[in-house]
Ligand binder design. Sequence first.
Ligand code: NAP
Length: 249
Amino acid sequence: MFTFTNSVALITGGSRGIGRAVARAFTSAGGTVAINYHQDHEAAESAVGDIVANGGRAQAWSADVANRSAVRDMVAAIRDTFGRIDYVVTSAGIWSANRLVEFNEERFESTLRTNIHGTLWPILEAQSALAAARGAIVTIGSTAGQRGEDDYSPYALSKGGVHALTKSLAVELAPEIRVNCVAPGWVRTDMTDDALTGERVSRALRGIPLGRIAEPEDLAGPILFLLSEHARHITGEILNVNGGSVLCG
Ligand code: NAP
Protein backbone atom coordinates (compact mmCIF):
# COMPACT_ATOMS: atom_id res chain seq x y z
CA MET A 1 0.00 0.00 0.00
CA PHE A 2 2.91 2.37 0.76
CA THR A 3 6.01 2.87 -1.37
CA PHE A 4 9.02 4.77 -0.10
CA THR A 5 11.60 3.63 -2.66
CA ASN A 6 14.58 6.02 -3.04
CA SER A 7 13.66 7.96 0.08
CA VAL A 8 15.32 8.30 3.46
CA ALA A 9 13.71 8.66 6.88
CA LEU A 10 15.38 9.80 10.08
CA ILE A 11 13.63 8.06 12.95
CA THR A 12 14.61 9.32 16.37
CA GLY A 13 14.27 6.64 19.03
CA GLY A 14 14.28 4.14 16.17
CA SER A 15 16.15 1.45 18.08
CA ARG A 16 13.29 0.33 20.31
CA GLY A 17 9.50 0.36 20.69
CA ILE A 18 7.37 2.42 18.33
CA GLY A 19 10.34 3.93 16.46
CA ARG A 20 11.76 0.49 15.75
CA ALA A 21 8.42 -0.76 14.37
CA VAL A 22 8.23 2.32 12.12
CA ALA A 23 11.81 1.76 10.90
CA ARG A 24 11.00 -1.84 10.04
CA ALA A 25 7.77 -0.91 8.22
CA PHE A 26 9.41 1.95 6.33
CA THR A 27 12.19 -0.29 5.03
CA SER A 28 9.66 -3.00 4.13
CA ALA A 29 8.07 -0.34 1.92
CA GLY A 30 11.38 0.19 0.12
CA GLY A 31 12.82 3.16 2.06
CA THR A 32 16.14 3.63 3.82
CA VAL A 33 16.27 4.50 7.51
CA ALA A 34 18.66 6.44 9.69
CA ILE A 35 17.99 5.11 13.16
CA ASN A 36 18.74 7.52 15.97
CA TYR A 37 19.20 6.32 19.55
CA HIS A 38 20.95 7.58 22.66
CA GLN A 39 22.63 4.97 24.82
CA ASP A 40 21.53 1.43 24.07
CA HIS A 41 24.01 0.40 21.35
CA GLU A 42 22.93 -3.22 21.50
CA ALA A 43 19.29 -2.38 20.73
CA ALA A 44 20.37 -0.11 17.85
CA GLU A 45 22.58 -2.83 16.37
CA SER A 46 19.76 -5.32 16.71
CA ALA A 47 17.29 -2.97 14.96
CA VAL A 48 19.70 -2.41 12.07
CA GLY A 49 20.56 -6.13 11.88
CA ASP A 50 16.89 -7.06 11.73
CA ILE A 51 16.25 -4.67 8.83
CA VAL A 52 19.36 -5.68 6.88
CA ALA A 53 18.54 -9.38 7.37
CA ASN A 54 15.19 -8.66 5.72
CA GLY A 55 16.79 -7.00 2.71
CA GLY A 56 16.41 -3.39 3.91
CA ARG A 57 18.90 -0.53 4.24
CA ALA A 58 19.56 1.03 7.64
CA GLN A 59 22.29 2.63 9.69
CA ALA A 60 22.27 3.75 13.32
CA TRP A 61 23.49 7.04 14.81
CA SER A 62 23.80 7.76 18.49
CA ALA A 63 22.88 11.33 19.52
CA ASP A 64 21.03 12.84 22.45
CA VAL A 65 18.04 14.52 20.79
CA ALA A 66 18.00 17.10 23.59
CA ASN A 67 21.42 18.33 22.48
CA ARG A 68 21.10 20.55 19.41
CA SER A 69 24.72 20.39 18.31
CA ALA A 70 24.74 16.59 18.57
CA VAL A 71 21.58 16.51 16.45
CA ARG A 72 23.15 18.93 13.92
CA ASP A 73 26.22 16.67 13.57
CA MET A 74 24.02 13.58 13.21
CA VAL A 75 21.87 15.18 10.49
CA ALA A 76 25.01 16.24 8.60
CA ALA A 77 26.39 12.70 8.85
CA ILE A 78 23.13 11.20 7.58
CA ARG A 79 23.09 13.60 4.61
CA ASP A 80 26.72 12.70 3.84
CA THR A 81 25.94 8.99 4.01
CA PHE A 82 22.57 8.78 2.27
CA GLY A 83 22.56 12.06 0.32
CA ARG A 84 19.10 13.18 1.43
CA ILE A 85 16.48 13.15 4.18
CA ASP A 86 12.85 13.03 3.03
CA TYR A 87 11.08 12.24 6.30
CA VAL A 88 11.54 12.68 10.04
CA VAL A 89 9.67 10.71 12.70
CA THR A 90 10.40 11.97 16.23
CA SER A 91 9.79 8.94 18.41
CA ALA A 92 12.57 9.45 21.00
CA GLY A 93 10.98 10.18 24.35
CA ILE A 94 10.94 9.40 28.05
CA TRP A 95 8.09 8.83 30.50
CA SER A 96 8.90 9.14 34.16
CA ALA A 97 6.65 9.60 37.17
CA ASN A 98 6.98 12.90 39.02
CA ARG A 99 4.32 13.40 41.70
CA LEU A 100 3.87 16.95 42.95
CA VAL A 101 4.34 15.88 46.59
CA GLU A 102 7.88 14.70 45.91
CA PHE A 103 8.62 16.78 42.84
CA ASN A 104 12.02 16.19 41.23
CA GLU A 105 13.20 19.26 39.32
CA GLU A 106 15.94 17.46 37.44
CA ARG A 107 13.52 14.82 36.15
CA PHE A 108 11.07 17.59 35.20
CA GLU A 109 13.71 19.33 33.10
CA SER A 110 15.04 16.18 31.47
CA THR A 111 11.48 15.23 30.46
CA LEU A 112 10.92 18.60 28.80
CA ARG A 113 14.38 18.62 27.20
CA THR A 114 14.03 15.12 25.73
CA ASN A 115 10.39 15.29 24.68
CA ILE A 116 10.09 18.93 23.54
CA HIS A 117 13.59 20.09 22.58
CA GLY A 118 14.19 16.55 21.35
CA THR A 119 11.25 16.91 18.98
CA LEU A 120 12.18 20.40 17.79
CA TRP A 121 15.94 20.01 17.16
CA PRO A 122 15.73 17.15 14.62
CA ILE A 123 13.01 19.05 12.75
CA LEU A 124 14.98 22.30 12.71
CA GLU A 125 18.23 20.64 11.69
CA ALA A 126 16.64 18.50 8.95
CA GLN A 127 14.36 21.28 7.72
CA SER A 128 16.36 22.29 4.63
CA ALA A 129 16.77 18.66 3.51
CA LEU A 130 13.06 18.02 4.00
CA ALA A 131 12.07 21.17 2.13
CA ALA A 132 14.27 20.14 -0.82
CA ALA A 133 12.56 16.73 -0.84
CA ARG A 134 9.06 18.17 -0.21
CA GLY A 135 8.97 15.74 2.68
CA ALA A 136 6.94 15.10 5.78
CA ILE A 137 7.30 14.88 9.54
CA VAL A 138 5.41 12.82 12.09
CA THR A 139 5.80 13.70 15.76
CA ILE A 140 4.68 11.42 18.58
CA GLY A 141 2.26 12.90 21.06
CA SER A 142 0.17 11.08 23.65
CA THR A 143 -3.25 10.79 25.24
CA ALA A 144 -1.44 12.40 28.20
CA GLY A 145 -1.03 15.57 26.16
CA GLN A 146 -4.78 15.61 25.48
CA ARG A 147 -6.33 14.80 28.85
CA GLY A 148 -3.36 15.16 31.27
CA GLU A 149 -1.91 12.34 33.34
CA ASP A 150 -1.86 12.28 37.13
CA ASP A 151 1.59 11.64 38.67
CA TYR A 152 3.12 12.38 35.27
CA SER A 153 2.36 16.10 34.88
CA PRO A 154 5.76 16.99 33.28
CA TYR A 155 5.23 14.24 30.71
CA ALA A 156 1.68 15.45 29.99
CA LEU A 157 3.01 19.00 29.68
CA SER A 158 5.71 17.86 27.25
CA LYS A 159 3.23 15.97 25.06
CA GLY A 160 0.72 18.85 25.07
CA GLY A 161 3.71 20.87 23.87
CA VAL A 162 4.39 18.39 21.07
CA HIS A 163 0.77 18.70 19.90
CA ALA A 164 0.99 22.52 19.89
CA LEU A 165 4.38 22.42 18.18
CA THR A 166 2.99 20.14 15.46
CA LYS A 167 0.16 22.51 14.62
CA SER A 168 2.41 25.59 14.70
CA LEU A 169 5.11 24.04 12.50
CA ALA A 170 2.52 22.64 10.09
CA VAL A 171 1.63 26.19 9.14
CA GLU A 172 5.18 27.54 9.20
CA LEU A 173 6.65 24.75 7.09
CA ALA A 174 3.81 24.60 4.53
CA PRO A 175 3.62 24.12 1.63
CA GLU A 176 6.98 22.33 1.32
CA ILE A 177 6.78 20.09 4.38
CA ARG A 178 3.74 18.46 6.01
CA VAL A 179 3.80 18.05 9.80
CA ASN A 180 1.44 15.67 11.60
CA CYS A 181 1.33 13.92 14.94
CA VAL A 182 0.25 10.48 16.09
CA ALA A 183 -1.07 10.36 19.66
CA PRO A 184 -0.89 6.85 21.09
CA GLY A 185 -2.53 5.57 24.25
CA TRP A 186 -1.07 2.53 26.02
CA VAL A 187 1.49 0.72 23.84
CA ARG A 188 3.39 -2.33 25.03
CA THR A 189 7.08 -1.33 24.85
CA ASP A 190 10.04 -1.14 27.25
CA MET A 191 8.64 2.21 28.36
CA THR A 192 5.45 0.70 29.77
CA ASP A 193 6.64 -2.81 30.60
CA ASP A 194 6.75 -2.22 34.37
CA ALA A 195 3.47 -0.28 34.39
CA LEU A 196 1.51 -2.91 32.46
CA THR A 197 1.48 -5.76 34.94
CA GLY A 198 -1.20 -7.49 37.04
CA GLU A 199 -4.23 -5.42 38.07
CA ARG A 200 -2.86 -2.38 36.20
CA VAL A 201 -3.50 -4.12 32.86
CA SER A 202 -7.20 -4.60 33.64
CA ARG A 203 -7.39 -1.00 34.85
CA ALA A 204 -5.81 0.21 31.60
CA LEU A 205 -8.11 -2.01 29.53
CA ARG A 206 -11.21 -0.59 31.22
CA GLY A 207 -10.35 2.77 29.64
CA ILE A 208 -9.88 1.40 26.11
CA PRO A 209 -13.14 0.77 24.18
CA LEU A 210 -11.40 -1.50 21.67
CA GLY A 211 -10.32 -3.67 24.62
CA ARG A 212 -6.65 -4.19 23.82
CA ILE A 213 -3.26 -2.70 24.56
CA ALA A 214 -1.54 -1.58 21.36
CA GLU A 215 1.62 -3.21 20.04
CA PRO A 216 4.25 -0.94 18.41
CA GLU A 217 3.22 -2.27 14.97
CA ASP A 218 -0.27 -0.78 15.52
CA LEU A 219 1.35 2.65 15.33
CA ALA A 220 3.58 1.95 12.32
CA GLY A 221 0.74 1.84 9.73
CA PRO A 222 -0.86 5.16 10.78
CA ILE A 223 2.58 6.82 10.87
CA LEU A 224 3.48 5.53 7.41
CA PHE A 225 0.11 6.73 6.16
CA LEU A 226 0.80 10.27 7.41
CA LEU A 227 4.23 10.24 5.76
CA SER A 228 2.85 8.89 2.50
CA GLU A 229 1.36 10.44 -0.62
CA HIS A 230 -2.07 9.21 0.58
CA ALA A 231 -1.89 11.97 3.21
CA ARG A 232 -0.80 14.69 0.76
CA HIS A 233 -3.62 17.06 1.82
CA ILE A 234 -3.22 16.46 5.58
CA THR A 235 -1.09 18.68 7.78
CA GLY A 236 -1.33 19.84 11.40
CA GLU A 237 -3.39 16.76 12.31
CA ILE A 238 -3.24 14.94 15.66
CA LEU A 239 -4.21 11.36 14.80
CA ASN A 240 -5.50 9.36 17.77
CA VAL A 241 -4.25 5.76 17.76
CA ASN A 242 -5.49 4.77 21.18
CA GLY A 243 -8.31 2.22 20.81
CA GLY A 244 -10.88 4.95 21.50
CA SER A 245 -9.59 5.89 24.95
CA VAL A 246 -9.49 9.62 24.18
CA LEU A 247 -11.83 10.99 21.53
CA CYS A 248 -10.63 14.45 20.70
CA GLY A 249 -8.33 16.11 18.17
P1 NAP B 1 10.83 3.08 24.29
O1 NAP B 1 10.47 1.70 23.89
O2 NAP B 1 11.25 3.36 25.70
O3 NAP B 1 11.99 3.58 23.30
C1 NAP B 1 12.51 4.87 23.47
C2 NAP B 1 13.45 5.19 22.33
O4 NAP B 1 13.83 6.57 22.46
C3 NAP B 1 14.74 4.38 22.37
O5 NAP B 1 15.17 4.16 21.04
C4 NAP B 1 15.70 5.33 23.09
O6 NAP B 1 17.08 5.10 22.77
C5 NAP B 1 15.24 6.66 22.52
N1 NAP B 1 15.63 7.81 23.34
C6 NAP B 1 15.24 8.10 24.60
N2 NAP B 1 15.83 9.25 25.01
C7 NAP B 1 16.60 9.67 23.99
C8 NAP B 1 17.45 10.78 23.79
N3 NAP B 1 17.64 11.71 24.73
N4 NAP B 1 18.08 10.92 22.59
C9 NAP B 1 17.91 10.00 21.61
N5 NAP B 1 17.11 8.91 21.74
C10 NAP B 1 16.48 8.76 22.92
O7 NAP B 1 9.66 4.11 24.00
P2 NAP B 1 8.31 3.94 23.13
O8 NAP B 1 7.28 3.34 24.03
O9 NAP B 1 8.60 3.35 21.82
O10 NAP B 1 7.91 5.47 22.96
C11 NAP B 1 8.14 6.17 21.75
C12 NAP B 1 7.40 7.50 21.79
O11 NAP B 1 6.00 7.25 21.94
C13 NAP B 1 7.80 8.38 22.98
O12 NAP B 1 7.83 9.72 22.56
C14 NAP B 1 6.68 8.16 23.97
O13 NAP B 1 6.53 9.25 24.84
C15 NAP B 1 5.50 7.99 23.03
N6 NAP B 1 4.36 7.28 23.63
C16 NAP B 1 4.54 6.00 24.08
C17 NAP B 1 3.44 5.36 24.68
C18 NAP B 1 3.55 3.95 25.20
O14 NAP B 1 2.57 3.48 25.85
N7 NAP B 1 4.66 3.24 25.00
C19 NAP B 1 2.21 6.01 24.78
C20 NAP B 1 2.09 7.30 24.29
C21 NAP B 1 3.19 7.93 23.71
P3 NAP B 1 18.08 4.49 23.91
O15 NAP B 1 17.53 3.18 24.28
O16 NAP B 1 19.41 4.41 23.23
O17 NAP B 1 18.06 5.48 25.03
